[in-house]
Ligand binder design. Structure first.
Ligand code: NAP
Length: 252
């Protein structure tokens, strides 16, 4: 129950799905928390659930000036950070011909640029044995015709995790990634697809998955807890796949 006792953690995208499940678990394990999101209703619900001791902050993950303001708030409240979970991410399916410049910029801005600059701007407040965790995706190695920019943004993160883990381990800071497969989250269920298409995709995933089901946010949160805690003290620059085995049958 006390695996994060005395630690402070910031979770971006902590108001839904994987981030929210991780916030619940980190809190139960004794961490002091700040979480971010955008949607006003989800922010209010999260604040109500996690209580006034948790900072729930509206912050746009791809905006450098909002990242600056976020870090100022976190520094002011906690002084330093022990765990930084970079989990906010956006995905929008589109065939190649229909990808617009604004979609491209949004996906790369939130999923890649925002992650890099959040890490950069957190450095002054990261403690001497901090853990940085980045959420990637199994699409960072597979071809995903209708999620090409999303997959590319997550592939960029995979590279970033390796480079930054080397850049930061000398300061005692570990950088690792969680690589989820299909997880039954709010975001997954809110994908902008017609219901029959969405159900067909879900059925296809369940059929092809060795474990015959989607994962839960809680199953991913437990891996985040491992990477956040000192249990993973010797794990550096790794990407842990949490996908029920589907990449074993989907990867070329
Ligand atoms: N679910 C899956 O199958 C799956 C698979 C592989 C990887 N992932 C990755 O896992 C992470 C979490 O996904 P999820 O499925 O848990 O999604 P989710 O339920 O939609 O949660 C996403 C969280 O990120 C926040 N967020 C999104 N864009 C943001 C932005 N621009 N600025 C600030 N916050 C933002 C959301 O807040 P608002 O709702 O307020 O915008 C929400 O709190 C993402 O990085 C996603 O790419 C998910």
């Amino acid at each position: 129950m006390d695996r994060l006792k005395g630690k402070t953690a910031l979770i971006t995208g902590g108001t839904s799905g994987i981030g929210l499940a991780t916030a619940r678990l980190f809190r139960a394990e004794g961490a002091r928390l700040a979480v971010t999101g955008r949607d006003a209703e989800r922010i209010a619900d999260t604040q109500k659930e996690l209580g006034s001791e948790t900072l729930v902050i509206r912050s746009e993950a791809g905006s450098l000036h909002e990242i600056d303001a976020l870090m100022a708030q976190v520094k002011n409240h906690f002084g330093q950070l022990d765990v930084l979970f970079l989990n906010a991410g956006v995905a929008a399916p589109a065939p190649v011909e229909l990808v617009s410049e604004s979609q491209f910029d949004e996906i790369m801005g939130v999923n890649f640029k925002g992650v890099f600059f959040t890490i950069q701007k957190a450095l002054p407040i990261l403690s001497g044995n901090a853990s940085i965790i980045v959420t990637t995706s199994i699409t960072n190695r597979t071809g995903s015709p209708n999620f090409s920019i999303y997959g590319a943004s997550k592939a960029a993160l995979r590279s970033l995790v390796q480079s930054l883990s080397l850049a930061l381990i000398g300061r005692g800071i570990r950088v690792n990634a969680i690589n989820p497969g299909p997880i039954d989250t709010g975001g997954f269920n809110r994908l902008p697809l017609p219901q029959e298409v969405f159900q067909a995709i879900k059925g296809d995933i369940e059929g092809r998955s060795p474990i015959k089901r989607l994962g839960t946010s809680e199953e991913v949160a437990k891996v985040a807890l491992f990477l956040a805690s000192d249990d993973s003290a010797y794990v550096v620059g790794e990407e842990i796949v949490v996908d029920g085995g589907i990449s074993l049958v989907c990867l070329p």
